[in-house]
Design a protein around this ligand. Structure first.
Ligand code: ADP
Length: 472
């Protein structure tokens, strides 16, 4: 089966979060299952772009409203990722350093999708599945069916994976002329609340829709940033498939970013060596439990609760601990986290940064990872942490609920709480610091977590089953 993934991110070419990890791994595992999977994404100006060799796969042009664009599709030559990676280069529009957050993101991602369709339209054959990820590729299912110039693509089956339903790519109807001439009777398939909503459009038009965990799909039926009724209406084609881990990238036994490799057998020792390096670097005492947070400092991740929670926990809790935060996002949260440093020298540190290498070192060196998320479609941090023997301290939501069992329950290994609140976070930190004192229990939990198989193999097969359900 031939599958074309269309995405704004793909690790290691460009990553802002979990979307990149999934799109960088799933096609590789689909290849291993004997399918032909490839990825097309915008050509962001990243390190990976400059460090690798590319060849031109296609050149074309299109109009978007009154603008004319030439585009080039380049292909990575060395098969570095285990699948074919194609990037769309549109001079001045896509070739930028950041992936998102430009004023013209609507134009950028609409142009990206148009270029992808122009390219597929030239193929001599048809792929079996066009698999679009998130709203950045959300107009594709509609355009394949209802834009007259792409109607010969209408028979190709489409799948939408929602990695985050908070962001929907809203664009005003004044921009509808960006789409090539289409069947205007079908305007309702673009619209949600008087706005063009690419995510809603893909939910309506794709043959199948899935989220990255079953729990998150259930939650979207009740809370989906305005799309609840749509999810309920389309329930029949919706499902959840939990993400896996790419063990070629996330395995403490072979991870080249971490300073000392370790496995289940020498976990306590291996983690202690990695912890020492982290503690030396950030001025912590190795004897205290080290709690980390890695992620976007945004409301969804409940990052706004961190400063007060840490402050209160440092003040009130009987047992000492250290804490390291890596992330960037809302300026007020960044500032509050940095300010905390002055109050808790030797116990608390913040890195306002996006740093892949440090993140690996933190997963390896920490004792606990805190994820108080308000919304968590799957959450990869807890899966990586478990693989690295770091105990997840998570709010029961979305994929966190699906993947973490409290150590107080049978077969459990994590610390779970119900509310995204300062009280619950402080209480859970207290539980973590107490658990840390029971070395035997910690060893037992680490061993249990590290042996859980969260590999992509079974999830990749579930995607193939999903495709088969619409092909046959
Ligand atoms: P998101 O909602 O951000 O996609 P996920 O848990 O699905 O959350 O994926 C987060 C991914 O991004 C993980 O691979 C995590 O290690 C990585 N990550 C997030 N923030 C940072 C950061 N500041 N530095 C390095 N890696 C980060």
């Amino acid at each position: 089966m031939e599958i074309l993934h269309v995405s704004a991110e793909c690790y290691p070419m460009a990553k802002a979060g979990g979307l990149a990890d999934v799109v960088g791994a799933l096609p590789k595992y689909q290849q291993q299952l004997g399918h032909y999977a490839k990825v097309v994404m915008p050509m962001h100006r990243t390190k990976f772009l400059y460090e690798n060799e590319w060849e031109v796969a296609h050149k074309g042009n299109f109009t978007m409203g009154s603008m004319n664009f030439d585009f080039t599709i380049i292909k990575e030559k060395g098969n570095k990722l285990g699948f074919d990676l194609y990037c769309v280069d549109i001079y001045g529009l896509l070739d930028r350093e950041k992936i998102y957050s430009y004023d013209d993101d609507t134009e950028r991602f609409t142009a990206f999708q148009l270029a992808v369709l122009e390219w597929i339209a030239q193929w001599e054959h048809r792929p079996d599945i066009v698999h679009v990820h998130d709203h950045h590729a959300g107009l594709i299912p509609f355009m394949m069916r209802y834009c007259f110039k792409y109607q010969h693509l209408a028979g190709i089956r489409t799948v939408l994976t929602i990695h985050n339903a908070q962001y929907q790519g809203w664009m005003g109807w004044d921009k509808v002329s960006y789409l090539p001439s289409w069947d205007t009777w079908k305007w309702g398939l673009l619209d949600w609340d008087n706005t063009i909503n690419p995510l809603a459009s893909a939910i309506k038009c794709a043959d199948k829709v899935n989220t990255v965990s079953p729990g998150y799909m259930q939650e979207l039926m009740h809370e989906a940033n305005g799309l609840e009724s749509l999810f309920n209406y389309e329930m029949g084609k919706c499902s959840g498939i939990i993400n896996g881990i790419d063990y070629a990238v996330w395995d403490p036994e072979i991870d080249t970013y971490i300073l000392d490799n370790y496995g289940v057998k020498d976990c306590r020792h291996g983690k202690a060596l990695n912890k020492k390096q982290l503690c030396d670097r950030f001025g912590f005492d190795i004897k205290y439990p080290l709690i980390i947070f890695i992620g976007r400092l945004v409301h969804e991740k409940a990052a706004d609760l961190l400063p007060e929670s840490f402050n209160r926990a440092f003040h009130d809790l009987p047992k000492k601990f250290s804490c390291l935060v890596l992330g960037s996002g809302e300026k007020s949260v960044e500032k509050a986290l940095v300010n905390l440093q002055g109050n808790w020298v030797g116990y608390y540190n913040t890195q306002i940064d996006y740093n892949e290498k440090l993140s690996h070192q933190m997963y390896a060196g920490a004792d606990f990872i805190l994820m108080p998320s308000r919304v968590e479609p799957c959450g990869l941090n807890q899966l990586y942490s478990m693989r690295y023997g770091t105990v997840p301290v998570v709010r029961r939501t979305g994929g966190l609920r699906d993947t973490v069992i409290d150590f107080g329950d049978e077969g459990g290994y994590g610390i779970c709480f119900n509310n995204a609140s300062v009280d619950d976070i402080v209480y859970s930190i207290d539980r973590a610091t107490r658990l840390y004192e029971d070395k035997q229990k910690m060893d037992e939990i680490r061993e249990r977590m590290m042996q859980i198989n969260n590999s992509w193999e079974s999830s990749a097969q579930k995607y193939i089953d999903l495709y088969n359900s619409i092909l046959h």
